[in-house]
Ligand binder design. Structure first.
Ligand SMILES: *Cc1c(COP(=O)(O)O)cnc(C)c1O
Length: 225
């Protein structure tokens, strides 16, 4: 871009070392969800994602369907989770591009179920639980009720459940409270073959390897922050 006088040079080898370092620090069997939203935090999504594919990350996570579709063009089959809400007119893309959507409410579940049944393909979703962030997700005390309703919807395929910590970098007590609330939901839900994830970069220090959490969502840490 000719009229800009500053640029960032990204050392992809250093980036890869970060990712491999995180991967080898995780307990065996914990899945690595690589967060590449917002143009991979401004570093350049295509280059970063290509490198992450070589590193063998398990999942990609992005904010919206447009970002997810861009990754889908780069590789078939890679699981891609859309963290943000999917607007009604975008929902078809979840099936067309084989994406995993996020459900936070009964209304969304019902809409996606109708879509899945009309297309004859169940829509893949993860359920988001609000444990105290107040942004997205079903409130943790209402999660079980929603799960039971979703269990009865044949147009949905639930393959995961997650929550997000609001202040993992500044408030360990509140993060611990959120963790307890999420764990309580998991206990009520019972044994399922789901991807269970809560941790971002800042909460990794308090990640408990022997818990039910079998995946982490890494953003900043993989970029060297
Ligand atoms: C951005 C984001 C992450 C990654 O957080 P970092 O602090 O960058 O590791 C994880 N989960 C969700 C829902 C996010 O929006």
């Amino acid at each position: 871009i000719v009229n800009q006088r500053c640029w960032a040079e990204i050392d992809l080898a250093a980036f890869e070392r970060n990712v491999l370092g995180i991967q080898s620090a995780l307990p065996a069997g914990v899945h690595y969800i690589s967060v590449v939203k917002a143009d991979a935090y401004g570093l350049g999504m295509p280059q970063i994602v290509r490198r992450l594919m070589q590193c063998g990350v398990d999942y990609f996570a992005v904010a919206n369907v447009a970002e997810a579709s861009e990754i889908r063009l780069m590789g078939a089959g890679w699981p891609i989770l859309v963290l943000g809400p999917v607007l009604p007119h975008e929902m078809g893309r979840l099936i067309e591009d084989d994406l995993i959507g996020t459900v936070s409410s009964e209304e969304e579940a019902i809409r996606l179920d109708a879509l899945g049944r009309s297309r004859g393909v169940p829509v893949k979703v993860h359920l988001k639980v609000d444990t105290g962030m107040g942004r997205l997700g079903v409130w943790h005390e209402q999660a079980l009720k929603l799960i039971r309703k979703m269990d009865a919807l044949a147009g949905l395929h639930i393959s995961g459940i997650y929550t997000h910590f609001s202040s993992a970098d500044t408030n360990p007590d509140y993060t611990a409270l959120q963790r307890r609330r999420f764990t309580a939901v998991l206990k009520e839900t019972g044994e399922r073959n789901w991807l269970v994830h809560a941790d971002n970069s800042a909460s990794l220090e308090s990640y408990c390897g022997d818990s039910a959490f079998n995946a982490v969502r890494m953003g900043l840490l993989q970029y060297g922050v």
